[in-house]
Design a protein around this ligand. Structure first.
Ligand SMILES: Nc1ncnc2c1ncn2[C@@H]1O[C@H](COP(=O)(O)OP(=O)(O)OP(=O)(O)O)[C@@H](O)[C@H]1O
Length: 268
């Protein structure tokens, strides 16, 4: 990884969108599971870490947590939605179950601006999607924005910024500016990643890795294994064998369709 942004995945439906927004800034980003050991995360030498949203509650018995030392690693952190609640929970704040949760547009009012809100209008519309809420900010944190709830809090000394809303969705009017502030100004991530050439680079890497060996790929017909199949096939041709398993639980004619599609379109 080259000075990019790590996104820790807590299961939000918007996570891929966060990755995309960062790539649109020509900055490298990687989405990895929330329980990746901290040492492994830091070994990637990220310029910043984003704690994503997620469907669970920090107060649940089996809550998805991270090692608390993540906040002391000297790497800027942006907590989004569940990521903000997690920050509050782990650092001594209080997270409660909101009365009815919030889903949809809300008006954000900045009460104490910081580097995340640089150039952002004092009032703007943001997209909320949560049940729990931060009731008390941890020591060292200042509440930086409010909607009906505490909408943002930060510890600027430690470069920890958190927002309850989703800056990655277009309904958050100033979301792009906020993400840019975090990635480019706070993390100072390098703009050194471009989609162009990705296929060529990946194909070359696969070719080198596989050499003269053979590869077996489980091909479901879904996006992930299909993309993998096409790239590997480009790299090593007949050394690849794809296996599609008719589990007996597929939709009507799905198995037949998948087989036809692949034979005709990518000649695997
Ligand atoms: N019917 C199947 N036949 C062969 N391989 C399968 C089948 N179903 C799943 N797999 C393999 O298991 C992987 C994970 O399956 P999962 O259902 O979690 O899908 P996914 O992560 O959405 O990936 P995809 O987009 O390829 O379906 C798939 O990418 C594929 O490699």
């Amino acid at each position: 990884m080259n000075n990019g942004i790590i996104i820790l995945d807590f299961g939000s439906q918007y996570n891929q969108l966060i990755g995309r927004r960062i790539r649109e800034m020509e900055v490298y980003s990687e989405i990895i599971p929330f329980n990746t050991p901290l040492a492994e995360i830091l070994a990637k030498k990220p310029a910043g870490i984003i704690l994503s949203g997620g469907p669970s509650s920090v107060n649940a018995e089996d809550a998805h947590l991270v090692e608390k030392e993540l906040f002391e690693a000297g790497v800027p952190v942006l907590g989004i939605c569940y990521g903000m609640q997690l920050t509050a929970h782990l650092l001594g704040g209080k997270v409660t179950k909101g009365e009815k949760g919030e889903y949809g547009k809300a008006e954000l009012a900045i009460v104490k601006s910081n580097a995340l809100f640089n150039g952002v209008a004092e009032k703007s519309i943001v997209w909320m999607s949560h049940f729990d809420e931060v009731a008390e900010a941890p020591e060292g944190f200042e509440i930086s924005a409010k909607s009906g709830v505490i909408a943002a809090m930060a510890n600027e000394d430690k470069k920890i910024y958190t927002v309850q809303f989703h800056p990655e969705v277009t309904h958050t009017e100033e979301g792009g500016k906020m993400l840019e502030n975090f990635v480019l100004n706070i993390c100072k991530a390098e703009k050194n990643w471009k989609l162009t050439g990705y296929i060529e680079r990946t194909v070359a890497e696969i070719r080198e890795k596989v050499g003269t060996e053979k590869v077996i790929l489980g091909l479901s017909g879904g996006v992930d294994s299909s993309v993998a199949a096409v790239l590997i096939h480009k790299a090593i041709g007949d050394q690849l064998t794809c296996i599609f398993v008719d589990t007996g639980l597929l939709r009507k004619n799905e198995g037949k369709k998948v087989m036809e599609n692949y034979r005709v379109s990518i000649l695997i």
